[in-house]
Design a protein around this ligand. Structure first.
Ligand code: ZN
Length: 375
């Protein structure tokens, strides 16, 4: 373990205006992909930020354990597999391999755990049972619904917008079996079009998306995590419901001590998403640019702020990277060498760390390049 922090200034992570003290071990959970299509820049931004946070914490002596899940039980995956005339397990395996290879090229460290929903069905059943025991859920016709009508209050959304979001994320607010439109299915009874199902105490069915992540976090880490990461669009309903389910089942709050939700990337003013056909594919960017430039493009900005992709930004990132390499070639141990990791710990302030590295050069620039894997 790096002992430098014992004699230096106090080192603690500040995230989104909140101090998040960590002692030794850090448990990190990252909401992963649904493996049905190629990786776009919006995905990459989320995983590069999670990777940067992990590297910064490691640099400061923390023992970080990361789990990044794969959502391999999901309607969009099944629909895409049907469209291609392929088994969904085959499609998921191929897309997962392609995603992992892109992440490796981008120097995103391999997670310690890569749980998938299909491997954790038993834990979702345990979660549903726990929620029923605590009267935080009810069963109707083989589906177990959780009482998550208040989960939106964890966010700044009003009720009407929360219902719209629930619709957008396929939480079926219109389902009149529910006591409340914002309740969610933890366990979903098998319907006529469903191609996969597992047995449960309530009949054949499959897990609900939010419950999958909750079950995987609880199964891998116990009652919660120190840092929970994902894209900004996951705040509601996904993260809010995930946390509500966990806290209702375990009685332990908070489920996540800190949230790192990377700002969404838009292109031509619209969110980058497969569903809108608005995509910049990482493999296309990597044909003409270095992985370091793609990382710097994603990181050299406030982490929570949404941003708009334009091709010129990648040329700018490439130019900044060249300046950093030139600065790193200067000899010496300038005072900025310690200021760089300190700036990164302060709300992951990459722009300030880059400014210090460019101004001081030498060890400061070498530290930044190594710490953020920009080489
Ligand atoms: Zn998740």
């Amino acid at each position: 373990m790096n002992q430098a922090h014992l004699t230096g200034p106090p080192m603690r992570l500040r995230l989104g205006g909140q101090v998040l003290p960590m002692v030794g071990r850090v448990r990190m959970y990252v909401c992963g992909i649904t493996p049905y299509d190629v990786t776009h820049l919006g995905h990459a931004t989320t995983y590069i930020w999670a990777d940067a946070a992990e590297r910064i914490l490691r640099w400061h002596g923390h023992n970080v354990t990361v789990a990044r899940n794969v959502t391999d039980v999901d309607d969009v995956l099944f629909a895409e597999a049907r469209r291609r005339g392929a088994a969904h397990t085959m499609l998921a395996t191929l897309q997962r391999a392609s995603f992992e290879s892109t992440m490796a090229t981008l120097q995103v460290r391999r997670p310690d755990h890569s749980p998938s929903a299909a491997q954790h069905i038993g834990h979702v059943v345990q979660l549903a049972s726990a929620l029923l025991d605590r009267d935080a859920a009810y069963e109707r016709g083989g589906t177990v619904y959780a009482r998550t009508s208040e989960a939106y209050r964890r966010t700044a959304l009003d009720h009407a917008t929360a219902v719209e979001r629930a619709e957008e994320f396929h939480d079926a607010p219109e389902d009149d079996e529910k006591d409340d439109p914002l309740d969610i299915a933890v366990w979903q009874a098998t319907g006529p079009d469903d191609e996969v199902s597992w047995p449960s105490p309530w009949g054949d069915g499959r897990p609900g998306w939010h419950a999958e992540c909750t079950a995987m976090v609880l199964a891998l880490f116990g009652s919660g995590v120190d840092l929970h990461c994902g894209g900004a669009d996951l705040e509601f309903p996904h993260h809010a419901c995930e946390a509500a389910l966990a806290e209702a089942a375990t009685g332990v709050t908070p489920f996540a001590r800190g949230w790192l939700r990377a700002g969404l990337v838009s292109i031509d003013g619209a969110k980058m998403a497969k569903s809108t056909g608005n995509l910049v594919l990482v493999e296309d960017l990597l044909r003409e640019h270095s992985p370091g430039a793609v990382r710097l493009l994603c990181l050299n900005r406030p982490w929570a702020r949404p941003w708009q992709y334009e091709p010129g930004l990648l040329d700018d990132a490439e130019a900044t990277l060249e300046q950093l390499y030139a600065a790193a070639a200067k000899p010496g141990m300038q005072p900025g060498a310690a200021a760089v990791p300190a700036a990164l710990l302060d709300d992951l302030d990459v722009p300030r760390a880059v400014a210090i590295a460019l101004e001081d050069g030498g060890q400061a620039a070498r530290t930044l390049i190594e710490l953020l894997a920009l080489s």
